[in-house]
Ligand binder design. Sequence first.
Ligand SMILES: Cc1ncc(COP(=O)(O)O)c(C=O)c1O
Length: 374
Amino acid sequence: MKADKLAGARVATQAPEYVRRIAPYVPGKPIDELAREYGLAADAIIKLASNENPRGPSRKVGEAIAAAAADVTRYPDGNGFELKHALAARYGLGREQIVLGNGSNDVLELATQAFLRPGDHTVYSRHAFAVYPLATQARGAIGIEVPAHDYGHDLEAMGKSITASTRVVFIANPNNPTGTWLPVSSVKAFLDHVPREVVVVLDEAYDEYLDAEQQSPSAGWIAEHPNLIVSRTFSKAYGLAGLRVGFGMMDANVADLLNRVRQPFNVNSVAQAAALAALADTDYVAESAALNRAGLRALGTALDAMGVTYVPSHANFILIHVGDASAVYEGLLRQGVIVRPVASYGLPQHLRVTVGLPHEIERFVAALASALHR
Ligand SMILES: Cc1ncc(COP(=O)(O)O)c(C=O)c1O
């Protein structure tokens, strides 16, 4: 049969209009792609584009992965017994209150799958994490984007945007790509005022990078606020972005719902074993956070010296103001440095730069100075 090039396009028209309108998520440029496009050696390229942990996994995680590799012919434990057990103990919750995800991105998706009907509203901040509008739109729901305050969430305005149509509110704390952070007391005050039937997804992907006194006690709020879903990840300070494992903490009834809509084996066996080892390796997480703090300080000093302004960051990346961001992005790429353009977040004059290892920070600073002609 002759291939009909239009046939696929006709099939695509059968998808709901709200799915066809989704703007695809644009990930950070892969190292190999830049190497191919610019004829650069892959090992001469540094990637500071996806907020990954720059250190490589902990030795204990490496050992756990090697041990788990022997069992990959078997399906994983679909209930994640051991990992949930360890997480429940860490956060003072019951195992039935934990939902594992293929990255915390999965948990965000599951929350929308469980709670949104077409036409429902979600509320999130301008410049907040891209997955909130994406997951909203994939359900045919309507995202209400609330203007930001100093690049961060304006919780008062977000509260006022809640109507009878609102089912889910997303809060990223700290937020990506701005690195802004809301004090614990203001998040708690927001929760105290939100109607109890509205689900609040509190996305704490970067919490481990905060100073101890700033870290979120939100797991302890779930008993009082059964409408709260706290989302966490092993992708950042735990260093497991490539394995895709995250988790949500919530009321057991809510967890039961999310578990019904998730794939039965959404977190693979190697990822479960690695996450279990990573959770126990508290030194690695503390060292990662300390390295990140030092890196943020070094970046701040260098940017100040160059006269480049930035949004003070509470995460493992920093949002810097460069003016013509696409030109500066290109200028950095040519020098083998990948950062993240954020025009799709409504920030066409900024770039987001992940905190790398000390030598990567030095390379980035020198490349930025050259790209900005300073
Ligand atoms: C705020 C925020 N939430 C969630 C995620 C999802 O990460 P993962 O799916 O790797 O857990 C990210 C990733 O960058 C993020 O920045």
